[in-house]
Design a protein around this ligand. Structure first.
Ligand code: HEC
Length: 143
């Protein structure tokens, strides 16, 4: 009988430990995106275009220097990410792209303003240079 109780306890704990791993972290970047290479070269034109998008859609929260200290930052529940941090900059381009377009809470309306068709960026940087330019610009915040 004791053995049976012990076994039941072990099984219950095993199931609990297993289910704690799910649901998965929603910020986790799927491998498919993590490995994506930005097809848009970080030349002066790309960075200029990325900066224009950033000034229009991101600067108010993330700040002109990317430190997460924009005008609106004080009114937000969670602080905006600091793009100058090593943790941010050490991610792959694909991971940054995924976080901007698929994880970001405030992104759905912004996304609509940046790309014509959502399926265009399904699993790739898409055909319009907007998202790729934006990622190239975010790279300029590295220390
Ligand atoms: C309304 C304010 C606001 C605007 C506008 C905004 N962000 Fe954010 N952003 C946040 C906040 C708050 C967080 C942290 C919480 C979260 O992840 O949702 C965040 C997180 C992020 C992250 C995740 C960083 C990480 O690695 O965890 C990225 C990338 C990002 N923002 C990029 C952008 C870009 C690019 C734009 C413009 C196209 C933008 N954001 C516009 C508020 C904003």
């Amino acid at each position: 009988m004791k053995n049976l109780i012990a076994l039941t306890v072990v099984i219950v704990f095993a199931i609990m430990a297993y289910s704690f791993n799910f649901p998965e972290d929603p910020k986790k970047v799927p491998e498919k995106y993590d490995k994506l290479i930005n097809p848009f070269k970080a030349d002066a034109a790309s960075i200029k275009s990325g900066k224009e998008t950033y000034s229009m859609l991101c600067r108010s929260c993330h700040g002109a220097g990317g430190k997460g200290d924009g005008n609106k930052a004080a009114y937000l529940e969670t602080p905006p990410a600091d793009f100058t941090s090593l943790a941010f900059q050490s991610q792959s381009d694909g991971a940054i792209f995924y976080r901007v377009f698929y994880v970001h809470k405030d992104m759905s309306s912004l996304k609509r303003r940046m790309i014509d068709n959502e399926s265009d960026i399904d699993g790739s940087f898409g055909t319009s240079s907007g998202p790729g330019d934006l990622v190239n610009y975010l790279r300029t915040f590295s220390k």
